[in-house]
Design a binder for this molecule. Structure first.
Ligand SMILES: [Mn+2]
Length: 321
């Protein structure tokens, strides 16, 4: 079957598990600029499929950021589709928009997407979607626990890291009793919260210099409700690979509702990472500029400089206050 927008049949987690059981040679695909949920989800799914006697390869359009390499399985992630394989299934994890899956020549086989983005474009044959879940990994953990699958430590760590990073380590409003239950069960099975947090919290000296540069640009509009920080070329050169982490700088300012991190991609290309604190729907705000994401975390690109993009962005953002 094929990949085309808006044709997916929505299925339950039991049907998603049946899809995994009824195929044998998987290509697992994540999104560009992979985040902790994407990396952890793809690695955990890979390991569980292998434990079920299946074959699976993982591919991401961009390399796994150093910070997530605390998961050993990341060593097996490809940035190209391995040649000479005969896949019978494609599984996309945490990937709401097909164009974020990279310009790969995907095999024409049965496809499933497991995702928690409400804006999912329904581009696969089958879609298992839980948009109220904090992370794709929360969906996978539930699927695996339902099947009484025994997961090794690296797999438990991968899912715990994934749920932790997408929920701001249980601080964001997407954190539910179920999120915490899945995290609890992962810790009971072997995930190591302090190891994961210690590795994720470590910063290189370059990252600390980058933090200082970005923090120095914080400025606000609308009595401090819209807070913007810049990650210019120099900062991107220092730690662009982990650029999403710097969105927490404007977000933590007292009184901020909409936080925007402007990232330098080119003289006329500004990538914006968006976060909201209590009520603003930054997923819809990002969609106004052709981007997407969640209610409280999203991203978009404006094809202009910081100076050109900012008034356009602020005018649009004010509607969501
Ligand atoms: Mn996610």
């Amino acid at each position: 079957m094929s990949l085309a927008l808006n044709h997916a049949k929505e299925i339950t987690k039991e049907e998603a598990m049946a899809f995994l059981k009824s195929h044998n040679r998987f290509l697992l695909v994540g999104h560009e600029h992979p985040d902790g949920d994407d990396v952890g989800s793809i690695c955990a799914l890979h390991n569980v499929l292998l434990s079920m006697g299946k074959e699976a390869d993982m591919v991401l359009p961009d390399p796994v950021p150093q910070v997530y390499r605390l998961i050993k399985t990341t060593e097996l992630v490809h940035t190209f589709i391995p040649e000479g394989r005969d896949y019978d299934a494609l599984v996309f994890t945490d990937l709401g928009n097909l164009e974020r899956g990279g310009n790969f020549d995907f095999p024409d086989v049965d496809s499933l997407c497991i995702d928690h983005h409400r804006s999912n474009e329904r581009y696969t044959d089958y879609l298992y979607l839980q948009y109220k879940y904090a992370a794709t990994a929360e969906m996978l953990a539930e699927m695996f626990f339902d099947e009484n699958i025994r997961m090794d430590k690296d797999t438990c760590n991968a899912l715990y890291m994934a749920i932790g990073t997408d929920s701001g380590f249980f601080k964001f409003s997407c954190t539910s009793p179920h999120t915490l239950l899945m995290a609890s069960r992962l810790v009971a099975m072997g995930a190591d919260p302090s190891y994961i947090s210690n590795r994720l919290d470590e910063k290189t000296e370059e990252a600390m210099k980058c933090y200082q540069l970005v923090a120095g640009t914080v400025h606000s509009y609308d009595n401090g409700k819209i807070v913007i920080a810049y990650m210019g070329k120099e900062a991107m050169d220092l730690d662009g690979e982990n650029s999403d982490a710097y969105a927490s700088i404007p977000r933590c300012i007292n009184g901020c509702e909409i936080a925007a991190l402007f990232k330098y991609k080119g003289d006329r290309e500004t990538r914006i990472s968006l976060r909201s604190k209590d009520y603003a729907n930054v997923g819809e705000l990002a969609a106004e500029f052709g981007g997407g994401g969640h209610w409280k975390a999203s991203g978009c690109t404006i094809h202009d400089s910081f100076e050109g993009a900012e008034p356009l962005f602020v005018k649009a953002a004010e509607k969501y206050l």
